[in-house]
Design a protein around this ligand. Structure first.
Ligand code: SF4
Length: 378
């Protein structure tokens, strides 16, 4: 019997943030059509995997909290009637502070959401304006208080560092403000300038300068130090959890477990194959309504080399690092011989123990560069 983590991409946002590279749309008028199409997609997957059970459910986006509670309830009911959802399954919803009224939160609890990932990003007004977020710092604080009042005992706060005008001091203040709410989980991302974003245009036009890499490194190391001292386990490059509160859904990606992704642009992985849906919401709705088939854009069968690359990418993100024996089973070649050069070149950032190889904190900051070294040796 196949077991999956289920991801649902809710692509709606009130506005598109300057740095956002996800597939999103501001066309609210599609919300009901999208919900109906998604119901069909759920049914089609239940037919494809009739004995499947769901380990976790994750509503990501976009801004899932922007979708009315009735639509989310309809989706959850469809999932329950189509799949066997594990008892005590983690059911996460990504939320923006400006959508989190006390009443909405009560509704979300009633629907069965038991974990919230809140896109706070910063508690500083200037940072939120720069990021063109749709909430202010008061709303951020207020919404977190409401989550507790509504009975949520598993929340994650998202923060972003590396903004051009951020300093080490203002960044530390943002972390301290987040910790004051004693969240079970904190995700901390380094602002990156993605090609398809408005931020990239402004950087190209030299209207915005990017943050200095040395300052970003200091911010990252300060974050690790502060959150670890506060009792959080740094279990993945960007993720920190109180004991027992690692994100089960996201952890399953890094463990290479099977997952299904529903909704426009969502990715799936099962049986060494990955596939992804069409990005465009109109196409997504049209394919499900008119053709009654899964709205898959592309499927890719992983060859051994790709499997090895995937294994390195995923496992070097984790605190536990990669298991050399497991890697050799996948690749069929000797780890130390194959990676002699990258291991030597990156040795000050790599820790080896008990048949595993993992990155140090400084290595985590250089994750992309180190992965490139490994991959080029394959
Ligand atoms: S709220 Fe999130 S998903 Fe929506 S535009 Fe902003 S960054 Fe992108």
């Amino acid at each position: 019997m196949a077991e999956f983590g289920l991801y649902i991409h809710i692509p709606f946002c009130e506005r598109v943030c300057i740095y956002c590279d996800f597939y999103v749309t501001t066309a609210r008028k599609h919300m009901d059509g999208f919900t109906q199409a998604l119901m069909k997609e759920i049914t089609l997957y239940a037919q494809r995997y009739p004995d499947a059970s769901l380990r976790t459910v994750y509503f990501g986006g976009g801004t899932p909290s922007y979708l009315p509670a009735e639509n989310l309830n309809t989706i959850m009911n469809q999932l329950r009637s189509s799949f066997d959802i594990n008892q005590n399954a983690e059911i996460t919803l990504e939320a923006n502070p400006n959508n989190l009224s006390y009443d909405k939160l009560r509704d979300l609890r009633d629907i069965g959401i038991n974990r919230l990932s809140i896109g706070v990003q910063s508690f500083r007004e200037e940072d939120l304006k720069f990021l063109t977020r749709n909430h202010n710092s008061n709303q951020a604080s207020e919404s977190i208080n409401y989550t507790r009042a509504a009975g949520f005992d598993n929340i994650s706060i998202d923060l972003i560092f590396g903004l051009p005008e951020q300093t080490l001091i203002t960044w530390e203040q943002s972390i301290a403000e987040a910790l004051a709410f004693n969240p079970e989980h904190v995700s901390v991302y380094n602002l990156t300038v993605e090609e398809r974003t408005h931020l990239n245009k402004l950087v190209q036009q030299k209207k915005i300068r990017v943050q200095d890499e040395e300052i970003e490194r200091e911010m990252f190391l300060k974050t690790v130090q502060t959150l670890t001292k506060a009792g959080y386990e740094h279990y993945e490059i960007s993720n920190y959890a109180k004991p027992g509160f690692r994100s089960q859904h996201n952890s399953s990606y890094w463990q290479g477990l099977s997952y299904l992704g529903l909704g426009p642009s969502a990715h799936s992985f099962h049986d060494e194959r990955r596939w992804w849906n069409v990005r465009d919401i109109n196409k997504y709705i049209e394919i499900l309504n008119a053709d009654g088939v899964l709205p898959i854009d592309m499927t890719e069968e992983l060859n051994v080399q790709q499997e090895c690359m995937e294994y390195i990418f995923l496992n070097l993100r984790k605190k536990e690092g990669l298991d050399i024996g497991e890697f050799e089973k996948i690749g069929g070649f000797n780890f130390f011989e194959t990676f002699k050069n990258p291991l030597e070149k990156c040795k000050e950032f790599i820790i080896g123990d008990n048949g595993r190889v993992r990155l140090s904190d400084k290595g985590f900051f250089l994750y992309n560069k180190i992965c490139e070294e490994f991959v080029s040796a394959l």
